[in-house]
Design a protein around this ligand. Structure first.
Ligand SMILES: Nc1nc2c(ncn2[C@@H]2O[C@H](COP(=O)(O)OP(=O)(O)O)[C@@H](O)[C@H]2O)c(=O)[nH]1
Ligand SMILES: [Mg+2]
Length: 231
């Protein structure tokens, strides 16, 4: 019985995710689901990418957090359009929450929508929120074993940002080992070493996102756009 309820909830989620995908694609908006641990640099990376991207396209951000509006306030102070979603304890955004966030935006004024997911390397991996691109951040301060310990989130990634590379040398961290592990888990994912402090790698990542925004087809269920029960 319990299993059936969960299956129905996942089907309902995926139906809303499909509606999000259709709505965004109809409005010509590409969306990027940003996933990673708390403190890995999700908001910082969005902040660093926005000045590059907004030279040529228009952007908005949906911020998902368990509580608080700190990240949204941070982005609004810099003049960016941002909508806050509080999950009230849930460890990931779901499609219904994102649908509400999208309803608060004027899609005719947006080309790219960043969706910062709740900081977590497990739950967000298994929930389709109707995104076009999945970007996973792992950072030097988390240690070099995260792809091996949390492979599922790396399996679903289109892009991986290896952030805080300015910290290499200050803490034991083998970047070759991390990149090899990500390539083994998901050869399709493109890996970008980045630093939000020095700005290293940000322009390269921003150019890649721009090229995807021109060519990326909507993600289909067959390409991994289908929710599964959290593992
Ligand atoms: N050294 C270093 N610190 C960073 C970098 N990116 C983010 N941080 C710091 O990491 C902390 C968490 O960043 P934040 O963007 O809020 O992470 P989030 O919780 O994933 O959104 C902040 O103190 C940032 O200044 C980076 O590339 N290098
Ligand atoms: Mg954040």
């Amino acid at each position: 019985m319990k299993i059936k309820v969960r299956k129905n909830l996942l089907e309902e989620n995926d139906a809303i995710a499909g509606r999000i995908r259709e709505t965004l694609s109809g409005a010509g908006v590409i969306s990027i689901n940003i996933m990673g641990s708390p403190g890995s640099g999700k908001t910082s990376l969005i902040e660093k990418l926005l000045p590059f991207l907004t030279k040529s396209i228009r952007a908005a951000v949906i911020e998902g957090d368990i509580a608080s509006s700190m990240d949204t306030d941070r982005l609004r102070e810099q003049g960016y359009e941002a909508v806050q979603i509080n999950t009230d304890g849930a460890c990931r955004l779901d499609a219904n929450m994102v649908w509400h966030g999208i309803s608060a935006l004027d899609l005719s004024t947006i080309d790219i929508l960043f969706i910062e997911n709740v900081g977590n390397l497990v739950c967000p991996a298994s929930c389709d929120i109707g995104e076009s691109i999945r970007l996973v951040i792992t950072s030097v301060s988390e240690g070099d074993d995260k792809p091996i310990k949390y492979p599922v989130i790396f399996q679903v990634a289109d892009i991986v940002a290896l952030n805080k590379i300015d910290m290499i040398g200050h803490t034991p961290f083998d970047d070759t080992r991390v990149i090899r592990a990500i390539n083994d888990i998901n050869p399709r994912a493109k890996v970008f070493p980045t630093s939000c402090i020095t700005g290293s790698g940000i322009e390269e990542l921003s150019s890649h996102i721009l090229s995807l925004s021109e060519s990326h087809p909507p993600r289909s269920a067959a390409a991994g756009g289908q929710s599964t029960a959290p593992q």
